[in-house]
Design a protein. Structure first.
Length: 425
């Protein structure tokens, strides 16, 4: 994270505010604005940790606040410790501690032994804007709280941020969900992250998700999520991109397109390439359409790039998809409350029936993709190359970036889609 101080704004400030609140050090509701109340809350936290109370969030403060950023503490067992005393000390549940430490013998704790202790809140916040730092902390937190969750970086962004893939389940049916191909559609990232946390929690507790036992879902399917395809672009839109050459270059690109709001209208990666126009499925047609619209050079949106799969983020997702060989993909976008399920005349077996089920459980319409947007997308490429069901899900209504006030309705509409896609029912 950046150094944050009075006057700082953006997603990283909101993340810090959230962590301070989790640590019970007060301050305002997370609004992404570092004002006097936030400074006072940070100073109180710094004093409690023996740090200089300068009200500046730097490396030392970030390390001290890490348990409340990632959602767990690491405790070194001391003589007299028991799981009950640890649960009481950290306000944690015994079940959560046992889930995070599957090899643990609670009756044979050894001094010096290290335990992961989940803290009493969800790892994934759904009330603050997303950013790459939040993604890194959430991956760390979820993989430690639920060791069966597997995380890997499938590639690097233009600015060398990891593009994370998270996998859970051991079933024969492999499915792949992605989100935030477009920077100002970042609200889809917490959607996928909340889903995987919900599924993991339900599995540990013996509960259901959308009426299906979580244990059965994870027995029948292997779910892989790539929740943040465009980390650099999302950081730009949510105010988490630090000052420097990359931000200056993006501003210069945006200046050539004054009709597009900046940064809210930014859909591209940080180099000005639209990642969902990068796939070799009618790419030449997409190029002709977008060039005719004036997007013939790096732009905040709709520039197809110099050639297919030249943007590192799209290239990484394509290569990963080929290696995974999934039975189905969902690509999450905003907005429109609509499901796009076809590419040209390709109609993979079962794809229409699933689209109908998705529409029934979500209330979304299912439609053919409009011609001007119907080429070079990830879903298009998957359907063309794999001849298997692929869907673009356009969530919510309004102007991107959608406000977080829509998150709960988006979550409710898509819980069934995410579950039925895994099961293939």
């Amino acid at each position: 994270m950046q150094i944050l101080k009075t006057g700082s704004t953006g997603a990283e400030v909101a993340l810090m505010q959230t962590a301070l609140s989790r640590a019970q050090h007060g301050g305002p509701a997370p609004d992404g604005i570092f004002g006097g109340a936030t400074k006072s809350a940070l100073q109180a936290f710094q004093r409690s940790r023996g740090l200089t109370p300068d009200g500046i969030f730097g490396a030392e403060s970030e390390r001290a606040l890490a348990p409340w950023l990632r959602g767990y503490a690491v405790h070194t067992i001391r003589p007299g410790d028991s799981l009950f005393s640890l649960a009481e000390r950290y306000d944690a549940s015994l079940a959560a501690i046992e889930t995070a430490n599957p090899a643990l013998d609670p009756f044979a704790l050894r001094p010096g032994q290290k335990l992961v202790v989940p803290l009493p809140f969800s790892v994934v916040p759904t009330d603050i804007p997303w950013c790459s730092a939040l993604m890194d902390y959430a991956v760390d937190g979820l993989t430690h709280r639920y060791p069966q969750l597997r995380a890997e970086s499938i590639g690097r962004s233009v600015l060398s941020r990891p593009v994370w893939a998270l996998t859970v389940g051991d079933g024969l049916r492999r499915v792949l969900y992605s989100a935030a191909h477009h920077a100002n559609e970042w609200i889809t990232t917490p959607l996928l992250m909340k889903y995987i946390e919900t599924l993991l929690h339900a599995d540990a507790a013996g509960e259901t998700v959308f009426g299906y036992p979580a244990e059965d879902i994870l027995f029948r399917a292997a779910l892989t999520l790539v929740p943040l395809v465009d980390p650099d672009g999302v950081d730009l839109v949510t105010g988490a991109l630090p000052e420097g050459e990359a931000k200056e270059r993006a501003a210069a690109i945006a200046a050539d397109f004054p009709a597009i709001p900046y940064p809210d209208g930014w859909k591209a990666n940080i180099a000005g390439v639209d990642l969902n126009l990068q796939y070799p499925a009618g790419w030449d047609t997409a190029r002709a359409i977008k060039f005719a619209q004036g997007y013939d050079r790096p732009a905040p949106r709709d520039y197809v790039g110099d050639a297919p799969l030249t943007a590192p983020e799209s290239a990484a997702l394509a290569a990963f998809t080929e290696a995974l060989d999934p039975a189905l993909v969902l690509a999450y976008h905003t907005q429109g409350n609509v499901i796009y399920w076809k590419y040209l005349n390709f109609e993979p077996e079962g794809s229409r029936a699933l689209a109908e089920q998705f529409a029934a459980v979500s209330g979304y319409a299912y439609e053919d993709t409009p011609y001007a947007s119907g080429f070079a997308g990830y879903k298009d490429w998957f359907i063309q190359n794999f001849d298997r069901p692929g869907y673009t899900i356009e969530c919510g209504l309004g102007e991107n970036p959608l406000p977080l006030s829509q998150f709960e309705s988006i979550w409710s509409a898509n819980l069934g889609i995410l579950t039925l896609a895994a099961l293939g029912v």
